[in-house]
Each structure stands twice: as structure tokens, then as C-alpha cells.
Design a protein around this ligand. Structure first.
Ligand SMILES: [Zn+2]
Length: 151
């Protein structure tokens, strides 16, 4: 039986090393608990926007449920994804305004027009980092106890 691996890491104390580990797994779009399986379908198998945005149900290796409840990733999209794209675009706008002689209209187009595409491209990583951050701050280990009761 290989269940419990994720639960053991979740129960260990929160350390900077663990935060880095979860961050690396989030960057690679891997299960935050065990780091063995992908959160999403490979990009080659994506056939629609829905399959691009939707994570897998859970990790087949450690049993970690990626979406804890309906609407779980709402904060990931609105807080993390929109925040990074909007704040990044605003910061780039002001940097270009300060350091270049370009017209404000050109700078506006350069910083605002790519935002929707960037939002789509970064949505998976926003969800992945949100999941890793949530797992770091509030690991749910109840799943293991439920499974032990069933077995
Ligand atoms: Zn896993």
C-alpha cells in the first residue's frame, strides 16, 4: 500500500524546505503531496478550453483530491491568476512609461492586449500554486482516516 505518503509529508512541520518542495511541484504542475502525478492532462491531449482549465479528479498514486469542493479554484483564478496578470501588466506599463519614450497608447496596447492570452496560459499554474499553498497551510489529512475506516 502506498497511501499515506502524502499524509506523512502533510503532517510534518511546516518548513521553508517544504515550501520550496511544494513550490517546485506547483511549477511542474505535479501533485503537491507526492509529486508523482500531473495535475492536468498533458497539453498535447487538450482538445478544448474546458480540458485546459480542468484539473484531474485526484492523484491515483496518493489519493489526494485536487478539487476539494465545487468552486475550490475560484480564488486561484481571481486572486492568483488575475492578480499576477493585472499587477504584472500594470508594473510593466509604468516601467515602460518611465524608461522609454514610447507613446502611452503603444505601451497600453503592449501591456493590456496580451493579458487575456496570458491569463489562459497561466491558469494552470495559478491553480497549481493555489493548491500547493493551500496544502501547505491547511493540509487535509481526513481523507486518510476515512480510507482506513473503509479498509
Ligand atoms: Zn499524489
Amino acid at each position: 500500500m502506498n497511501h499515506g505518503i502524502g499524509d506523512l509529508t502533510a503532517q510534518a512541520p511546516r518548513t521553508f524546505g517544504k515550501a520550496l518542495l511544494y513550490g517546485r511541484r506547483a511549477l511542474a504542475l505535479l501533485c503537491p503531496t507526492c509529486g508523482k502525478t500531473q495535475l492536468f492532462h498533458p497539453w498535447k491531449n487538450v482538445k478544448s478550453l474546458s480540458s485546459w482549465f480542468t484539473p484531474n479528479d485526484g492523484c491515483p498514486y496518493c489519493g489526494y483530491a485536487f478539487e476539494r469542493e465545487p468552486g475550490y479554484f475560484l480564488l486561484a483564478i481571481w486572486g492568483v491568476n488575475y492578480g499576477v496578470v493585472a499587477l504584472g501588466g500594470m508594473a510593466l506599463y509604468f516601467v515602460l512609461r518611465y524608461w522609454t519614450e514610447w507613446s502611452p497608447q503603444l505601451i497600453f496596447c503592449l501591456t493590456v492586449l496580451p493579458a487575456p492570452l496570458l491569463s489562459i496560459l497561466l491558469a494552470r499554474h495559478a491553480k497549481s500554486f493555489f493548491l500547493a499553498m493551500d496544502h501547505f497551510c491547511d493540509p487535509h489529512v481526513r481523507h486518510k482516516r476515512k480510507r482506513e475506516n473503509i479498509e
